[in-house]
Design a protein around this ligand. Structure first.
Ligand SMILES: *Cc1c(COP(=O)(O)O)cnc(C)c1O
Length: 352
């Protein structure tokens, strides 16, 4: 007998590095290069720390209400968690409780298989086509649930809402999760599956404050769905950890949601830089997917991705590279400020 035989062993998710050196140009974890809304700063500056002695509002009311107003849906259809990783992890635990495999693409957010392993959920990866597009018919078979990131990471590709709707429609017996971590960087509002929650009670759409709202350090994410789905999620949450978001996070999150002008202008700035750098990289011999996110997914026609990755890193520019089949010649480059991106392009011009 050995206690180690009873350990729940997992191979953990590997996040992008967070270097301590402030001089590093960090284009490796899809953070927003701009600060959060000044309203967030105000909310945190004005916060009376005497209140920290009390537990937070376990229903996260001010933030849930702000989100309900923002999306024009009732508060009962919103679940908030500590980043969308927490929301997704809770959703896996709550809804993927069958012996049938859950389905997700072979190239996607690399946390999905980690949660599946952690919760002992069987899964089957469905290969994206050659252009990294979802093959919808792959999801028309029996399954224990479906999770699709749209736009997808790390490919940056946006799937059509009509294709995703067909998948949702074909699966009334499973919960379908659409992870919209990057949807705010898509061009049009109609690119989101969120309106479909009115039509399908088995659809859960997740969002995050980490990218488009510049609040990765605050850890806020949420999901929208039918009242039934949200009720089941809350039942599991309250059986796991009642007090998730801290009081300052709840207030800061609500302040961000209420400042829509700032949010829209930040997303527009990122999109403008994305368009410009997409062309610069193209001129340098990179092949890229069409990005609907705050990052570019690029492979150079001659120089291997790992080599470029190492050279960039040596020069204080961090991007992301995976030694994985199909994507090992690609770099994922977060869209930073114009100045940061110019430094990147200038280096590549010298190096390539
Ligand atoms: C960043 C990201 C998340 C998680 O973000 P949080 O910081 O936990 O809110 C979830 N899904 C995808 C696809 C992401 O890229």
């Amino acid at each position: 007998m050995n206690w180690e035989n009873n350990v729940r062993r997992v191979v953990p998710y590997v996040a992008g590095e967070q270097p301590q050196n402030p001089k590093v140009i960090k284009l490796n974890t899809n953070e927003c290069p701009y600060p959060p809304s000044p309203k967030v700063t105000e909310a945190l500056r004005g916060y009376d720390t005497d209140n920290l002695r009390k537990y937070p509002d376990m229903n996260i009311t001010p933030l849930v209400n702000a989100l309900a107003e923002f999306h024009g849906i009732s508060p009962e259809r919103i679940f908030v968690g500590i980043g969308s990783d927490d929301v997704l992890s809770m959703a896996f635990m709550t809804f993927f409780n069958s012996n049938k495999p859950i389905l997700f693409p072979d190239v996607t957010y690399s946390f999905y298989d980690v949660w599946a392993d952690l919760y002992k959920i069987p899964y089957e990866c469905q290969p994206l086509d050659e252009g990294f597009n979802i093959v919808k018919t792959d999801y028309f078979k029996e399954n224990g649930g479906i999770v699709i990131a749209n736009p997808n990471a790390p490919t940056a590709i946006l799937a059509k809402v009509s294709d995703l709707e067909e998948i949702i429609q074909a699966n009334p017996n499973s919960v379908v999760i659409i992870d919209e971590a990057y949807i705010d960087f898509a061009i049009e509002v109609k690119d989101s599956c969120l309106p479909l929650i009115d039509k399908y009670d088995n659809l859960l759409v997740t969002r995050t404050f980490s990218k488009s709202r510049s609040m990765a350090g605050m850890r806020i994410g949420y999901a929208c769905g039918s009242e039934k789905l949200i009720k089941y999620l809350n039942d599991v949450k309250f059986s796991f950890n009642s007090y998730t978001l801290s009081t300052p996070a709840i207030l800061a999150g609500a302040a961000s949601v209420k400042d829509n002008d700032y949010f829209v202008s930040t997303c527009n700035k990122v999109r403008a830089t994305r368009t410009r750098i997409f062309q610069e990289l193209q001129r340098l011999g990179f092949e890229e997917t069409v990005s609907h996110t705050n990052f570019l997914f690029a492979a150079h026609e001659k120089v291997p991705a790992r080599q470029i990755f190492d050279a960039l890193k040596e020069n204080g520019i961090y991007v992301r590279h995976w030694n994985k089949p199909r994507i090992d010649n690609f770099l994922r480059i977060t869209v930073g400020t114009d100045e940061e991106m110019d430094t990147l392009v200038a280096f590549l011009k010298r190096y390539l």
